[in-house]
Write a protein that binds this ligand. Structure first.
Ligand SMILES: *Cc1c(COP(=O)(O)O)cnc(C)c1O
Length: 360
């Protein structure tokens, strides 16, 4: 069976070249006689893999020396707790911007540790937009400001980085990291579960400003302490070695293709094509304000929801899979991360037009 175009929101497609390289190195990594999975994380082979991955991520994201890179486990969901545990630093409240399902989960978890001020919410808007800078009610005494630059379920993306003055900005970048260049120096913490745009599940990348580490709330487990992990070079315990290795292959793949500027150009073009197909038809619709539409996750509905299952079935026959929308939203969702080839978007757009002709 040949490979399909997999529009899954996560775990998502990986670049085929990366999978092939991993396959060719599966049983014997570069003459070591071992699979990466079998290596000691403290041996020189794995150390070289780990260090190269970190150096390449630092290079492609232009991460300044002021920031540490951590390769952790527990997913983005663990960061919902680790952010307050590590960043409250004696303060009692934090500001959160609420733009959808993932923001809400982060807020619910933070409430277990501190007072949460909602700096802005688009809930009344059915989460179809992101607030503008002028709409943020920021509290100068907040320990940090947390937001979700890309809401994976609603398909809503900020087209700007919130300005928060001296208050550190914390971003759940799970579904948009590596999609374009960003100014990392503007962030206190960036975190991302790997399974969207970095590599396989099991790895969580955390980029943290060094001066924010070291003042955790009482009772914080060592494993959840950014400073402990930074001092141990993310090897306080056995790290997710194989996911770390594959992430490294993805970073090299991005570098070889021209880095994040090149990714941004392709991602913009891919999403423009898909939104144009949706907007030019009365049969398909996307509820998100055009200036807040995600480059990575494109939800859309059919004019007649009774056709949803037919659409999914017929798409699957064309090798276009995992297009079912999130259960909370319904309809369809096409996730088009870096690894989704432009040909996959072209094939989806062609299928949508053809489907509308027959059923519209
Ligand atoms: C997928 C996702 C999460 C959850 O990630 P886990 O690694 O499964 O915990 C959190 N936030 C956003 C924005 C996501 O897309």
């Amino acid at each position: 069976m040949s490979r399909v175009f997999n529009f899954s929101a996560g775990p998502a497609m990986l670049p085929e070249a990366v999978l092939k390289q991993a396959q060719s190195e599966m049983t014997d990594w570069q003459g070591s006689g071992m699979s990466v999975m079998e290596m000691s994380h403290r041996g020189k082979e794995f150390m070289s893999i780990a260090e190269k991955a970190a150096a390449d991520l630092r290079e492609i994201m232009a991460i300044p020396d002021s920031h540490e890179i951590l390769f952790l486990q527990g997913g983005a969901s663990s960061q919902f707790a680790m952010a307050p545990m590590n960043l409250l630093r004696g303060k009692t409240s934090a500001d959160y911007i609420n733009t959808g399902a993932w923001s809400k989960k982060a807020i619910a978890e933070a409430k277990r540790y501190c007072e949460v001020n909602i700096a802005a919410s688009s809930e009344d808007d059915k989460f179809s937009s992101a607030p503008a800078q002028g709409d943020l009610k920021l509290n100068a005494d907040a320990a940090y400001v947390h937001y979700t630059p890309n809401e994976t379920i609603g398909g809503v993306e900020f087209n700007y980085i919130p300005e928060t003055g001296d208050v550190p900005l914390v971003a759940d970048m799970s579904s948009t990291i590596l999609s374009r260049p960003i100014d990392v120096s503007k962030f206190g913490v960036i975190y991302a579960g790997a399974q969207k745009n970095i590599g396989p599940a099991g790895l969580t990348v955390v980029i943290v400003r060094k001066d924010l580490m070291g003042d955790v709330i009482d009772g914080t487990p060592s494993m959840l302490n950014y400073e402990v992990q930074a001092k141990a070079e993310s090897m306080y315990n056995t790290p997710p070695t194989y996911s770390w290795y594959l992430a490294g292959l993805v970073f090299t793949w991005i570098k070889d293709r021209g880095g994040l500027a090149a990714m941004a150009e392709i991602n913009k073009r891919k999403s423009d094509k898909l939104y144009a197909a949706i907007d030019s038809s009365d049969f398909y619709a996307n509820p998100v304000k055009p200036e807040c539409r995600s480059w990575m996750n494109v939800p859309f509905t059919l004019a007649n929801a009774d056709l949803d299952s037919v659409f999914l079935e017929e798409a699957k026959k064309e090798g276009l899979v995992t297009l079912k929308g999130h259960r909370s939203v319904g309809g369809m969702r096409a996730s088009i991360y870096n690894a989704m080839p432009e040909a996959g978007v072209d094939a989806l757009v062609a299928f949508m037009a053809e489907f509308e002709k027959r059923h519209g």
